[in-house]
Design a protein around this ligand. Structure first.
Ligand code: IMP
Ligand code: MG
Length: 179
């Protein structure tokens, strides 16, 4: 069934079941790769809040969690500039950092985040994104963990992702209806 958010119609795209499996898949890999480490997760607000919450419940290694807030989107278009709104509150020097993103699209945000983190000399840097759009990605940062690889480039909402700050609460992901 389609839903309407402001002027646009969206249709169901990724169900809660598929979301759950993708989150568990990422957690399994991280639990294995960081078995003897103590990573610090840096979750990017606002979009990654739901993914972060679900992922952290199935992470079994000792870890820290902190949040950072950057912003690039206006409505359904990227503004082309990434602004830092909330900075890091935990020292990441010498730490194994894992960035948590809701979606990696053009890669502009992840490039900026990588540069921001590098200034603090972490021991390692990895990226876990719930959604990855390979056809849009133009960045050079390695995306280590991908929940769902989306070949379709259309705009999506739900599971933390918004359209004009709406739809973040939806428990599944919807995609813009083709006209
Ligand atoms: P990038 O900088 O182009 O990689 O975009 C990253 C950010 O833009 C994400 O963290 C999202 O907040 C937002 N974004 C990109 N694509 C979408 C989408 O399809 N729906 C909602 N937000 C998106
Ligand atoms: Mg985001």
């Amino acid at each position: 069934m389609s839903i309407k958010i402001e002027d646009k119609f969206f249709v169901p795209f990724i169900s809660p079941d598929v979301i759950d499996k993708a989150v568990r898949g990422i957690a399994e890999q991280i639990n294995r790769d960081y078995k003897d480490k103590e990573p610090i997760f840096v979750s990017t607000l606002n979009g990654a809040f739901m993914f972060t919450s679900d992922l952290m419940k199935v992470i079994e290694v000792e870890c820290n969690l902190t949040f950072i807030k950057v912003c690039s989107y206006c409505g359904d278009k990227s503004s082309g500039v990434v602004n830092e709104i909330l900075g890091l509150s935990i020292d990441i020097e010498g730490r194994d950092v894992i960035i948590l993103e809701d979606i990696v699209d053009s890669g502009m945000t992840i490039n900026v985040l990588h540069k921001m983190m590098a200034k603090f000399n972490p021991k390692s840097f990895a990226v876990a994104t719930f959604i990855y759009k390979p056809n849009c990605y133009k960045g050079d940062v390695k995306i280590d963990y991908k929940g769902i690889v989306m070949e379709n480039n259309n705009f999506i909402v739900g599971y933390g992702l918004d359209y004009n700050q709406k739809g973040r609460n939806l428990p599944e992901i919807y995609i813009l209806e083709e006209c």
